[in-house]
Ligand binder design. Structure first.
Ligand code: PRX
Length: 586
């Protein structure tokens, strides 16, 4: 089916878009001009994300402006002005300094959306340390791997998460010097070798001067997954903030009076780049909801908090579509001006549904952990072609490429599928995978950064997502490496071989499905299946563990022993098996 383009009015809710003319903005853009929108540290002492996000506003006219409004699970509300965040993040920076945690050292955060997370993130960056979030739905194994690879020096988490997921790992994490726990004094006293976050904060000085910061100093470490191997720690530097700020302006259309709500989990990069940094650099108000998705709760928040710009994800949109539009009519959403979505393909139906449900289309945009910020987007002023990710941000050169005999060729014919590639050089570009130079280098060829996504570009420069070029799985917007799941399955005494794929799912996009062959002394039955599901869930956490497990006589492999996940997927979906000439035994 062909979807009609959605044309845009000149103004939306009486607000003129920041980018009235895409071609003009793209032609006139320079990163130097974008950098000039930020202040830099006083006395020309460099560029620090925390200064741009908090301190410069706390020292100016936005001092008393609401920076974060936190909505607790049980109806609590806590407000933080820019001045409040200035003092709190100063305190946390002093906590780290007093513990002897310095520049470049990694501070891990394992928590849901609680105020302490936001304070710790900016406080760590202020101290010159590196903020590294972990997904709170991870089980012990993904946590152990990431803190281990990242040489985590500090972990901030809650008592409950610590007891459930971290306590058992402590001995296997030699780099981890300090665990800071959020909870009641009494609970924390009972845990050996841990600090009380609240107590340290109370005792800390609320004055702090940010040390000179080179724009290339490491600020953020975000883990992502590949088809094989361990998780990859994508390193980002302080000047990424130039891209966070610029994309907030163009792709999310931030205006000074906006109330912004990013629904992303803080354990993933969207939760940092847009859940924390970008809106703060603009001095606007962000809403943080501690709870997970609930359609009516969300509409209530949009109404009561007078949200103007809303950044969400396709899985959430699909869940809203299931609930239907009738319920939306009960809410006054007249303040809502701009809706954007990221993380997985946004069905054209969903874009159009937004128009019907909210009177506003949903603007798809595209980026990755490696790119640090939005790269391709649909803009407030630009007509939407439903199903397209939009056009590259100013300052971003994107192309469709093909690799032929070791060379990279740019596909100039419109509509032809190839790998999506970007010309390196934007400020939020990752600077490497921690400790994995070779894996980093493999991402580049012929002067391009190769994204691992397949896409098409039409004659007007709109990009269309086709699929992944590799086997990574996208479930509810979360990237999952099949190898990580297979490795845990292999640790079960009954499992001989395991192959893991993403099985298409109407709501989550994909769900994790495993195919397992058993050692000869075990036979497949329901009890064993349940046992395996429980085993992986306990080790990996609900978000990463397989939802389905099938027993097979053999897991198909190439002659060199590589699992043929594509074949497993084709068989699962009843599709042609394609070239199986390398199949073992073929
Ligand atoms: O495959 C693309 C998909 O998500 C991948 C990046 O995932 P991650 O590193 O977890 O980044 C999170 C920040 C967005 C991409 O390589 N993806 C992202 N956005 C879209 C998308 N797929 C289709 N359409 C999108 N808009």
């Amino acid at each position: 089916m062909r979807w009609e383009p959605i044309t845009k009015p000149r103004q939306i809710r009486n607000v003129a878009p920041n980018m009235p003319d895409y071609a003009k903005a793209y032609a006139e853009f320079s990163w130097d001009k974008a950098r000039a929108q930020l202040d830099g540290l006083p006395g020309r002492r460099g560029l620090n994300i925390a200064h741009e996000a908090i301190d410069r506003h706390a020292a100016g006219a936005r001092r008393g402006h609401l920076a974060l409004r936190w909505l607790g699970r049980h109806g609590e509300v806590r407000d933080f002005s820019y001045a409040d965040l200035h003092l709190l993040t100063n305190r946390f920076a002093n906590v780290l300094r007093k513990l002897g945690v310095g520049k470049g050292e990694r501070v891990f955060l394992l928590a849901g959306r609680i105020p302490e997370l936001y304070v710790s993130a900016i406080g760590a960056i202020k101290n010159g340390s590196v903020f590294c979030p972990l997904f709170s739905a991870f089980g012990p194994e993904p946590i152990r791997q990431r803190i281990g690879i990242g040489d985590g020096r500090v972990l901030v988490t809650t008592v409950a998460l610590y007891k459930r997921k971290v306590a058992e790992l402590r001995a296997s994490l030699p780099s981890l010097r300090h665990v800071l726990l959020i909870g009641s004094e009494q609970q924390i006293r009972e845990i050996p070798d841990a600090h009380d976050f609240g107590q340290l904060m109370n005792e800390a000085d609320s004055r702090f001067e940010i040390a000179p910061t080179d724009p290339e100093d490491l600020a953020l470490l975000h883990f992502t997954s590949g088809t094989t191997g361990t998780p990859k720690g994508a390193m980002h530097v302080h000047q990424a903030v130039v891209a966070h700020h610029m994309t907030g302006y163009y792709a999310l259309d931030f205006h000074p009076d906006d109330v912004f709500w990013c629904t992303a989990d803080p354990g993933w990069i969207t939760g940092t780049s847009y859940g924390i940094i970008a809106p703060l650099t603009h001095g606007i108000t962000s809403i943080i909801d501690e709870s997970d998705f609930d359609a009516e709760r969300w509409y209530g928040i949009l109404q009561d908090q007078k949200v103007t710009v809303w950044y969400t994800a396709p899985t959430a949109v699909r869940m809203m579509m299931k609930v239907g539009t009738e319920v939306i009519a009960k809410y006054d959403l007249s303040r809502l001006r701009f809706i954007a979505s990221v993380g997985e393909p946004l069905n054209p139906e969903a874009v159009v549904w937004g128009q019907k449900a909210f009177g506003l289309p949903i603007h798809d945009n595209w980026w990755q952990t490696e790119t640090g910020g939005i790269m391709i987007a649909n803009y407030a002023s630009m007509d939407i072609r439903p199903g397209s990710m939009g056009r590259p941000l100013p300052g971003i050169e994107a192309a469709i490429v093909r690799q032929k005999a070791g060379a990279v060729e740019v596909v100039t014919d419109s509509g032809v599928e190839g790998e999506l590639a970007l010309k390196p050089g934007w400020p939020s570009m990752f600077r490497g995978y921690l400790h994995e130079e070779a894996r980093y280098r493999k991402c580049f060829a012929g002067g391009w950064y190769l994204t691992g996504d397949l896409a098409r570009c039409d004659a007007d420069g709109y990009f269309w997502f086709v699929g992944r070029a590799d086997d990574v799985i996208k479930s509810s917007g979360h990237l999952i490496g099949p190898f990580e799941v297979e490795s845990i399955l292999l640790e079960h005494p009954a499992v001989a071989e395991a192959g893991v794929i993403g099985k298409p799912d109407e709501v989550a996009g994909e769900v994790v499905k495993a195919f397992v062959s058993l050692k000869s002394s075990f036979s497949p039955d329901e009890q064993l299946r349940r046992d395996l599901l429980g085993f992986t869930r306990k080790r990996l956490g609900a978000a990463v563990a397989p939802k389905e497990i099938d027993f097979v006589a053999n897991v198909p492999k190439t002659r060199s022993g590589k699992i043929m996940r594509r074949l497993l997927k084709a068989r699962e979906l009843g599709l042609p098996e394609g070239d199986v000439s390398t199949l073992e035994g073929a």
